[in-house]
Structure formats: C-alpha cells, structure tokens
Design a protein around this ligand. Structure first.
Ligand SMILES: *Cc1c(COP(=O)(O)O)cnc(C)c1O
Length: 346
C-alpha cells in the first residue's frame, strides 16, 4: 500500500527488543530497512545476522556514539554536539555516518525548531565523515498531534528549501510513524515524504490515532499466556483501615459479594495493566509488581493459563521483560500445537 504511494517503510523493531524473528518477518514483508530506538537492539540484530540497513531512530547518547557509528547506517539527530561527536568517531574509524535531522512540527518531543534547520544544515555540511541523508519528523507521540496536510506540507517545503538553498538532494524524508497512515491513505499527494517508520501498525494491525484495526492486517499476532498461581473465593471488599497501596493509588472497590479471584504470575514490571485485553468472563482487577489479580466466573485451575491480547504499551513491556519467555510460532501452526509448545516451554 505504501509502495503504491511512493513511500518506503522502515520497520520499527523496538517493541520486539530486537527480535531476529520479528525483524526477519518485517523484511520478508517488504520493509526497506529496520529502525530501532536502542543501539543495543540494533547490535543484537546485527550479531544475529539480520541483513538490512539499520537506523537508530532516537538521538544517539553521546556516550554511545562509537557504537552508533559502528552498528547503525543512519541515526536520527537533533543536537549539533552529538553530530560533531558522530563525525569525530566516524573519522577515526574511517567510516561514513548518515544522519537524518528531526524537525519539531508541533508534538513537542524531539526535533529542531523549523527556523533553526537551515543554520544547522550549513554546519553539518562542513563536518567530515557525516552525510546528511535527510530530514524527518515525529508526531502523535507526546502530545497526540495528528499528521495532516498542514504539518506534512511544512516538512515538504522544508525539504524544498534546504535542497534549493544548498544545492543538494535529500535521500530520506521520513514523515512519521504509524499515526501517519490515515494521512497517507487519504492524501492524494504525499508531497516530498518518501519514508514512514512503522512499528505498531505492523505488529498489532492497528492505527494508533483511534486504535482502529487496519483492513487485511492481523490484530492477534501476539498472545500473552499468564499462569495461575493462586485461585480462591474471596470477598470483593478489603478489610481493615485503608491507606496507600504498593503503587500509591487509592483503592476503590465496590461490594460484589464473594468473587472467584485468581493471581497470575505477572506484574507491572511485565505488562501495562491498562493495555491487557482479557478473554470474555475474565476481569482484570489490579496488579502489583509481580501479581496480576483477576476475577472470573469460576475458580481457575492452578497451573492453567489465561491468555491476553496486548496493546502497544503492554506489548512493549512484555517483550522487554526478562521474566516473560518469548516463543515464536508460524501462523500455520494450529492453536493446539501452540498450547503444546507452551506447556513444553514451561
Ligand atoms: C517508536 C517510533 C516509531 C514507530 O512508531 P509506531 O507508532 O510504533 O509506528 C517511529 N519513529 C520514532 C522516532 C519512534 O520512536
């Protein structure tokens, strides 16, 4: 779909913690290269033999510039001090490093103010071993600013201005993330934008502005299994004087009499509580660091598993938790086989 509109896709792997299988699946699916916000993930993919152009999509830490130059083909940047260090590192290791300048277009996360872009480009063009590969922007992350004709048009005209002013051609114009999909699908003319960085939409099959499913995409590529470690009938109201909970929130419970309450061996360090979609008949009540508390119609068997679908936030946390074991299965495998593998893995 993007190809028809002249847009290449950079597959964003950060939610998979640099998983080789996820990276390979994205590449088989037609992405041009891979992007990750952590150099550690890029290093892991390189070490595992994933062969693709790698882009670090978060501004490099100064303390990591050598690793960035060595392992990433491109990095996204907003700070002249960092770019100078990248230049220095690239020069001493005899490499070229390509950078994309990120421009602030209203979401107020990363980016150079548009009025500063020209001055920074002028400085960059003087730096040895650095190639200005392009410019980009990121919306809908911190403030939820929607990519539209106006802000995307602003990015396109910046490209035109830079190219005209400096007599160069920018290779990459990276318009944004999965939140740009609706704009690109609806717009007749993407202007100069020729790249989008897509993570959530590929992994979860949803666009992130309204979290609607994307036609023809799978929304259940990930399933979380959580094991029952306690199962009891308990009152729905706590007993005793109430103060703060482990996480500082006020406990609000309504009396529903006795409930079948289970504890799953999963906690806030493994998931985002609000991002779990429980199966019918199961209600997520609460979680502490290591206990997920649920109510169900009947008592659950100790050792059995409850399966959840995850939103992006819960997925990110589960995939990066060392306590959640990951198992990749081919989608042609039946769910009975998945269950057997799961038991074997446990
Ligand atoms: C995470 C990230 C993306 C991918 O965002 P999705 O909404 O998952 O598509 C793109 N760009 C940057 C800079 C990011 O940090």
């Amino acid at each position: 779909m993007m190809g028809e509109r002249g847009i290449a896709v950079t597959g964003v792997t950060k939610a998979g913690l640099g998983s080789t299988e996820v990276a390979d699946a994205m590449l088989r699916g037609g992405v041009r290269g891979l992007g990750d916000s952590r150099i550690e993930n890029i290093e892991a993919m390189n070490a595992a033999g994933v062969s693709a152009p790698m882009t670090l999509i978060r501004s490099p830490m100064m303390s990591q510039v050598d690793r960035v130059v060595q392992h990433a083909d491109v990095s996204f940047n907003t700070e002249m001090d960092v770019i100078k260090m990248l230049s220095h590192s690239a020069r001493s290791s005899g490499r070229m490093h390509r950078i994309v300048l990120m421009v602030e277009l209203g979401d107020l996360r990363e980016g150079i103010m548009p009025s500063d872009v020209e001055g920074i480009v002028r400085k960059i063009l003087h730096l040895p071993n650095i190639e200005l590969a392009g410019i980009g922007t990121n919306l809908a992350c911190r403030s939820g600013v929607v990519p539209d004709t106006e802000n995307m048009g602003e990015l396109s005209s910046l490209v035109n201005t830079i190219e005209a002013t400096f007599g160069l051609k920018l290779d990459i114009v990276s318009g944004g993330n999965s939140a740009n999909l609706q704009w690109i699908i609806n717009s007749k003319n993407p202007g100069r934008i020729n790249d989008l960085r897509l993570g959530e939409s590929i992994l979860l099959g949803r666009e992130p502005l309204y979290r609607e499913p994307i036609p023809d995409m799978h929304t259940n590529a990930f399933t979380l299994f959580a094991e029952v470690i306690e199962s009891k009938l308990k009152p729905s109201l706590p007993k005793g004087t109430l103060a703060q909970t482990a996480f500082g929130e006020q406990q609000v419970a309504t009396d529903q009499g006795t409930v079948a309450q289970s504890i799953l061996a999963l906690g806030r360090q493994d998931i985002d509580l609000n991002g779990l979609h429980a199966p019918p008949g199961i209600e997520v009540l609460d979680a502490s660091s290591d206990h997920l508390i649920i109510a169900s119609a009947q008592c659950l068997r100790i050792g059995s598993a409850v399966t959840f679908q995850l939103d992006y936030s819960a997925l990110l946390r589960a995939m990066t938790s060392p306590f959640v074991s990951k198992m990749m299965v081919n989608r042609t495998i039946s769910s009975a086989t998945i269950e057997k593998k799961r038991v074997a893995a446990a």
